[in-house]
Design a protein. Structure first.
Length: 453
């Protein structure tokens, strides 16, 4: 900002100063000329000098000085030749007079000279030095520089203090989230304060307790299941898939929680609204994770068709926007360009939790395999009585021979990437339960996944 002001001052201030003085001097001179008693009193002339900031000289038509005093050794001195030039120029422009700047060696020695023919024929000359303007200008810039530096220093101190104040509870929260991510539910957070962080502590403790209970319940269920699976070999395969589904479904929300907790620690949200949004995302993911754990027992019944969907009206465009926002931090980290083309009022009937799970898994897959500084294109549109969602990403293209295999459980095109190969099989099962269609294809050098509800 300071640099901009200095540039403006360097390139435009001189011109503005001359323009403003020209306008002011001409205006005041005309007012003085129109004053019927100007030639009877010197008070009006003194007032003119005060208002213009210059010195006034008045000459009769025969060049006799009737107001002001000049000598060759002061700044008011005007040679007879200069006087004739000023009078000729002013006479040729009766309306506005003659305005010019003397050409001296330095700006401090320059002066504004203005000649104007009064109503009675006398010549008014106003002489205004420009040195005072430059002095004021330099003092102003020095003052502005000092004030700006002081403000920057104070702002830096305040930012450091606030960052330290804010980061302490966030570091504690991040440590707790990492323990939960490793399924360690010991050591509850100390609940204190009524602000958003305090509420988040309460929610994390509640989530940790519920997760612990649910994991214990799952462990008990697994123990019973292991006894039953010992009788039949096929049931053993079902148990393995169930445990893998639990791990896969827990990973995404925990990753989002860790990502936003890390963002809070690093101070990425600057406003209270942004902090509240980060906190809300963490709470939402915790609630979603808790719900997923409870419902994963039913997930094993997808393929058998016995799973019961809780159907309701869903605005898919709003659900899509909510899901996309949860991956914003990933797009920033990998410098990914995300293009979204979503129509309004894309209403469908379905289980909002399961449809959200489909979108989250497809987005997670796109962000996982997109290349550095790559592109993700998301398109949502209504055609007739159907709604079509397409998610495409650049990166390593899926071979055409593998497009059908990606829906198989545990299958991965790129085994280097993290994952267990269950995500797309779960997606296909949910879409099938909704009587929808899903397909994968390669188009315009992008991997595309299209779902039709």
């Amino acid at each position: 900002m300071l640099a901009l002001i200095m540039l403006i001052n360097f390139f435009f201030m001189d011109d503005f100063f001359l323009f403003y003085n020209k306008y002011t001097i001409i205006k005041i001179s005309k007012e003085y000329s129109n004053n019927q008693i100007y030639n009877k009193t010197h008070n009006a002339i003194k007032d003119l000098e005060i208002r213009t900031g210059g010195s006034a000289l008045i000459f009769t038509p025969d060049n006799k000085l009737i107001f002001g005093r000049v000598s060759k050794d002061n700044s008011k001195y005007i040679t007879p030749e200069e006087l004739e030039i000023i009078k000729d120029k002013a006479s040729s422009n009766i309306k506005d007079g003659y305005f010019f700047v003397s050409h001296e060696e330095t700006f401090l020695e320059q002066k504004i000279i203005y000649g104007y023919i009064l109503n009675n024929g006398d010549l008014l000359i106003i002489n205004k030095p420009m040195g005072i303007f430059r002095e004021v200008q330099q003092v102003f810039l020095l003052f502005l520089t000092i004030i700006t530096l002081v403000i920057y220093i104070l702002a830096f101190i305040i930012i450091i203090f606030m960052a330290s104040l804010i980061s302490r509870p966030i570091v504690t929260l991040k440590d707790a989230a990492e323990k939960i991510a490793s399924l360690d539910f010991t050591g509850a957070l100390k609940e204190e304060g009524d602000d958003e962080i305090g509420e988040l502590y309460v929610s994390v403790n509640k989530m940790s307790k519920e997760l612990s209970n649910n994991i214990n319940a799952l462990n008990e269920s697994n123990s019973k299941l292991e006894k039953e699976l010992s009788r039949e070999k096929n049931l053993e395969n079902m148990r393995r898939r169930f445990v893998s589904d639990v791990s896969h479904e827990l990973k995404n929300p925990i990753s989002v929680i860790l990502g936003y907790a890390d963002g809070l620690q690093r101070g990425l949200p600057k406003t209270k609204e942004d902090i509240n949004y980060y906190v809300q995302v963490i709470l939402d993911e915790g609630i979603r994770m808790n719900g997923l754990i409870k419902d994963l027992l039913d997930l094993s019944s997808y393929e058998s068709g016995s799973f019961t969907l809780v159907k309701e009206d869903i605005l898919l465009n709003e659900l899509l926007e909510t899901c996309i926002n949860k991956f914003e931090y990933l797009s920033d980290e990998k410098f990914i360009k995300v293009d979204v083309y979503a129509e309004e009022n894309c209403l469908i009937q379905g289980d909002s939790l399961r449809i959200g799970q489909v979108i989250i898994n497809l987005l997670s897959n796109a962000f996982k395999y997109v290349d550095e500084k790559g592109n993700i294109v998301i398109n949502l549109k209504r055609t007739s009585n159907k709604v079509t969602l397409t998610i495409c990403n650049t990166g390593l293209l899926i071979p055409e021979t593998e497009l059908e295999n990606i829906w198989n459980s545990f299958y991965q095109v790129d085994t280097v990437k993290d994952g267990n190969g269950l995500g797309l099989s779960i997606v296909k099962s949910i879409v099938t339960l909704h009587n929808g269609q899903i397909k994968a294809y390669v188009e315009s050098n992008m991997n595309c996944f299209q779902v039709i509800f």
